[in-house]
Design a protein around this ligand. Structure first.
Ligand SMILES: [Zn+2]
Ligand SMILES: [Zn+2]
Ligand SMILES: [Zn+2]
Length: 149
C-alpha cells in the first residue's frame, strides 16, 4: 500500500491543499477500512495510534474539510451518528460507491456494490434530458441473522 500516500498527496495538491500529516493520516485510516463507516471519534482513535499528538479538534476540522472537497463521504445511516468513508474508492475501475443496507432489527450496516441504477440514469437522461452525476441508496430491511435463516 505504499502508493496510497502518493495518491493522497496528489489528491490534496490537486484540490489546492497543503499536504499535511493529519490530512494524509485521516485519508489513510478511512482508506484502510472500507465499509466500516467510522465516526469522527473513531477516526480520531485510529489516527492517534500512529500520531499521538493529534488533537480531536484538528481531526474534526480536517474531516470537515476533506468532506467538503468530496475526498471523503459523509453518511447518515440513521443511527444518530455522522459517519465517514473514503470517497468512491471501492471499485477503482468504475469509481462506483457501494450502497448501504440497514437492518431495522440489529442496526448493522451491510454494503453491496451492484445496482441497476446506471440503466435508470441513462433512461432519465434520454427521457428528461437530466444528467445524473451521483446517487445515494439506502435500503432498509431485516438481515439474514435477524431473520433467523
Ligand atoms: Zn459505505
Ligand atoms: Zn439484523
Ligand atoms: Zn449505485
Amino acid at each position: 500500500m505504499p502508493d496510497n500516500q502518493e495518491q493522497f498527496k496528489y489528491l490534496l495538491k490537486q484540490n489546492g491543499l497543503k499536504v499535511t500529516t493529519q490530512r494524509i493520516a485521516i485519508l489513510e485510516v478511512l482508506n484502510s477500512r472500507p465499509g466500516e463507516h467510522l465516526t469522527a471519534e473513531e477516526i480520531y482513535d485510529f489516527v492517534r495510534v500512529k500520531y499521538p499528538d493529534i488533537g480531536l479538534a484538528t481531526v474534526y476540522r480536517t474531516i470537515q474539510m476533506l468532506s467538503e472537497l468530496n475526498l471523503i463521504d459523509k453518511l447518515s445511516l440513521d443511527d444518530g451518528y455522522v459517519r465517514y468513508e473514503i470517497s468512491k474508492n471501492d471499485t477503482e475501475e468504475t469509481g462506483h460507491h457501494h450502497h448501504h443496507l440497514i437492518c431495522l432489527d440489529c442496526g448493522n450496516i451491510y454494503t453491496f456494490q451492484d445496482d441497476l441504477l446506471e440503466t435508470l440514469e441513462m433512461r432519465i437522461k434520454e427521457t428528461l434530458g437530466f444528467e445524473v452525476v451521483d446517487h445515494e441508496v439506502k435500503l432498509y430491511g431485516h438481515c439474514k441473522k435477524c431473520r433467523g435463516d
